[in-house]
Design a protein around this ligand. Structure first.
Ligand SMILES: *Cc1c(COP(=O)(O)O)cnc(C)c1O
Length: 356
């Protein structure tokens, strides 16, 4: 008999529910039976509902959300459509998702490091001084880091930047469906597959009403009168996957986002507590970390990638080896655990014996 899968990779891709999977296979069957475009028309109310749900989760109006291909695709869309001066300065913290910094450089923007405290959290007093003396054109914050459980004070940063007239973009890849993301940033984005447990291949882009009209997405001549968001939503999309994401988001909203947040925070706290007593590993999260990402530093020189492979092969435990490309904050790999809220004591026992 095979052991059950212990899935601790929600931060890479959450495990879809049976209902989410069925919603997608049902839509594919509908496409075959009535035709893809009529099926898409039937699914339109489901997608409208998803836009409203996602808008609520991200704190924008319902015309502020588009589904794109991934979080990376959403950032690329912002970089191509937002009117920024050449060489614009983008404020980031060291815990920023590394590939985002590469994307800024590729688009001729200039990443500028903002001050952080000893937890790696943006220093709001220093931000206030920077906003007075040499404000960046955009502040870009990765709300919750990918490699360990360090989160940024997005609400406070938005308030400070808004009064200074500085744009704030938020990478909510690890926080949408996990932390409170209703902060109404000028723009925010996330994939659908991580904490919302939607299918792969979709990203969510939210743009605040006051910023939308400045954006210049591609429109064909016949589409000249489309609104920004209509232009961003337009184009060939995997409709079955969109229906699946809509279903996953509905489940999330019906379960209660704040209950989900509390349950994930509790799972993270339980896991950190247990890991503190496991020899050979040190918890890399701040002491006040909130969330179900647990970053572990090897203290006996273990090869993190080899540990990850061994756990998968010998114990069917899925974890992630976070290599330094993920963030300028780390120079050595971390082992990342990202459980679902239902993480049990038995499962933690399997993990600790697998690590031993
Ligand atoms: C996963 C992740 C991304 C990239 O998401 P994709 O959908 O794979 O493009 C960006 N930022 C953070 C913080 C992530 O964890």
């Amino acid at each position: 008999m095979t052991e059950p899968l212990l899935h601790l990779q929600t931060a890479a891709a959450g495990r879809a529910s049976e209902g989410t999977i069925a919603s997608m296979t049902d839509h594919l069957a509908l496409e075959a039976s009535v035709g893809s475009y009529p099926a898409q028309a039937e699914a339109a109310p489901v997608l409208e509902r998803a836009y409203r749900d996602l808008a609520g989760l991200l704190g924008v109006d319902e015309d502020g959300v588009a589904l794109v291909g991934s979080a990376t695709d959403a950032l690329r869309t912002l970089l191509m459509t937002w009117p920024l001066p050449n060489g614009a300065a983008v404020g980031v913290v060291p815990a920023e998702w590394g590939p985002n910094v590469d994307a800024f450089i590729h688009h001729d923007l200039r990443p500028v490091l903002m001050d952080v405290d000893d937890r790696g959290v943006l220093d709001l007093d220093a931000l206030q001084r920077t906003l007075r003396s040499s404000p960046p054109d955009v502040l870009h914050l990765t709300h919750l880091a990918s490699h360990r459980c360090v989160s940024q004070p997005v609400v406070e940063a938005i308030a400070l930047c808004r009064s200074a007239g500085v744009t704030v973009w938020v990478d909510a890849a690890q926080s949408l469906g996990h932390l409170d993301t209703a902060f109404g940033a000028d723009a925010a984005y996330a994939p659908g597959r991580k904490w919302l447990a939607g299918p792969r291949g979709l990203g969510i882009l939210a743009v605040r009403a006051s910023a939308r009209d400045q954006l210049t997405p591609f429109r064909t001549r016949t589409d000249a009168d489309l609104s920004t968001i209509e232009a961003l939503r337009k184009g060939e999309r995997p409709v079955a996957a969109q229906v699946g994401l809509a279903h996953a988001v509905r489940e999330h909203v019906q379960a209660g986002p704040s209950e989900r947040r509390a349950a994930l925070a509790a799972a993270g706290a339980r896991l950190r507590q247990v890991m503190r007593d496991v020899p050979g590993w040190a918890v890399a999260d701040p002491l006040d970390a909130v969330g179900a990402i647990v970053g572990l530093r090897p203290t006996d020189g273990q090869d993190v990638e080899a540990v990850q492979r061994r756990l998968a092969r010998d114990h069917r435990i899925l974890v992630t080896a976070c290599l330094p490309w993920r963030s300028a904050e780390i120079s050595e790999p971390l082992l990342r655990l990202a459980p679902a809220a239902a993480l049990t004591a038995d499962e933690m026992g399997c993990l600790t014996s697998g690590l031993g």
